[in-house]
Design a protein around this ligand. Structure first.
Ligand code: PLZ
Length: 445
């Protein structure tokens, strides 16, 4: 096994360096122009929270490949299990000839997800594919057509999941027509809520349930699908009481309540799942990203009677639950448990919010600090207003990149800086990254 990279920031060249710049030229010749680039460097190696590029720069990773490398990049146990699995066999297709890894991942998911009823799982390759399957299963089970989703939601880039996703540019523009029977509801985004903050939860619930009853008919709704903390939308945390109220409405109306925990799940928010925070027990949970330490895997976990409602052969796919990804997932789950990464996420929240509050005290352009655990964001506005400030966001991100700190953005208004560090990031490394962020605000705000 290759040695771990030092967990420290190091600038060998400017960022991007000459080798990355030349390689990016090849990229633009060869790769679809429809793909964006957060940081224009080419990665050679990575461990835990450090990415090393081909020019020898060591960059602090505060994005985890969009919330994926929760247990650290190339976590040794993941690497070891993956190497053993790939040498044992590469593929059979689980529905052709089953193997234990798939079964064990399902057992782990059934155990870890909330709900003391009997659960079963299905494995897929990506978050979007799992969300699609969740909808498919909920419709089959309820024999109802309608799906309820929310403003600011993100659920993927396939045709159905584009329809479920709220934001047009960049996700949907020109890619339609989209699937029908999708109904979008108001989201209690407290920072931008125009009504009374003290009754936001009740007011939003009333709006949503009335709309469902009057505009769709609750008996036509197969599923209510929601991210318990919205990811791409800008780490919007629903006000206390909203998720429990929504879940109760779903239960009362025999609607399948689906939590999309693709971004918020797997220890990220300081609980195994974000719904744990208010003891919400969804009928169905969709997971991906942090589940497998960087290998492509996603899952749908739900009440057994829902998962078993489909006829044999109704669900499947060539690669879903690939044996190598399953080996990685079992290793990732073991690491989360043995290294107590759920608690570590809460510790990182403290470090992050302490620094961010200090920056916000000097810079009124930080309108709000929000999120939970190691899923924290700041929303940038023009000082003294709530007008989105995407320009400042761009400058801050660019400054940080030039100093070797990779930070991701989000938000319906393109003005949110989000922090999704690997949960194994050292306190020192995170502090160094936050010093650079502080410097960035002082330099460009
Ligand atoms: N549901 C809540 O966050 C993926 C998208 C990155 P896939 N979010 C990152 C991009 O720009 O494409 C996501 C999510 C939630 C579903 C998905 C979709 O997961 O694995 O990207 O398909």
């Amino acid at each position: 096994m290759t040695e771990k990279l030092p967990q420290s920031r190091h600038l060998a060249t400017e960022i991007p360096g000459p080798l990355s710049t030349a390689a990016m030229q090849r990229r633009s010749e060869a790769v679809s122009g429809g793909l964006g680039t957060a940081i224009p460097v080419i990665i050679k190696r990575a461990s835990d929270a450090i990415l090393e590029d081909i020019d020898g720069n060591r960059i602090i990773d505060l994005g985890s490949g969009i919330g994926v490398t929760t247990v650290g990049n190339a976590a040794p146990l993941v690497v070891e299990r993956v190497q053993a699995a790939v040498a044992a066999f590469t593929h059979t297709n689980f529905t052709t000839a089953p193997y234990m890894g798939y079964i064990e991942v399902c057992e782990a998911l059934n155990r870890l997800t909330p709900g003391d009823f009997k659960k079963k799982s299905l494995l897929q390759n990506s978050g979007a594919e799992a969300v699609e399957n969740a909808i498919k299963i909920a419709r089959h089970y309820t024999k109802r057509p309608a799906i309820v989703v929310f403003e600011h939601a993100y659920h993927g880039r396939t045709n159905l999941t584009m329809a479920l996703t709220a934001k047009n540019v960049p996700y949907k523009e020109g890619f339609g027509p989209f699937a029908n029977e999708i109904y979008r509801m108001p989201m209690p985004y407290s920072y931008r809520w125009v009504g009374d903050q003290t009754t936001i939860s009740e007011d939003a619930l009333k709006m949503v349930t009335t709309k469902i009853e009057k505009e769709i008919g609750a008996h036509n709704v197969a599923a209510i699908l929601i991210e318990p903390i919205q990811g791409e939308g800008g780490f919007i945390v629903p006000p206390k009481g909203f998720l429990p109220g929504l879940s109760k409405f779903a239960t009362d109306n025999k609607i399948v309540f689906i939590a999309d925990e693709v971004q918020s799940g797997f220890a990220r928010t300081g609980d195994w799942f974000a719904v744990n925070n208010e003891n919400v027990v969804p009928d169905m949970i969709v997971t991906a990203k942090g589940i497998a330490g960087g290998l492509p895997l996603a899952a749908v976990t739900a009440r057994a009677e829902i998962m078993d409602s489909s006829h044999i052969g109704g669900l499947g796919g060539t690669y879903g639950g690939n044996p190598i990804a399953c080996a990685a997932a079992l290793a990732a789950i073991e690491i989360i448990e043995s290294e107590k990464l759920v608690d570590r996420a809460r510790h990182l929240e403290e470090i992050l919010t302490t620094s961010l509050k200090a920056i916000a005290a000097k810079h009124p352009e930080i309108g709000e600090i929000r999120g939970r655990g190691a899923m924290i964001a700041i929303e940038l506005v023009k000082a003294g207003t709530k007008d989105p400030n995407p320009e400042l966001m761009g400058k801050v991100i660019k400054y940080c990149q030039s100093k070797g700190v990779l930070i991701l953005t989000a938000g319906s208004y393109g003005n949110v800086i989000r922090f999704l560090p690997p949960l194994v990031i050292t306190d020192e490394l995170l502090a160094d990254a936050l010093d650079v962020l502080t410097e960035a605000f002082d330099a460009v705000a």
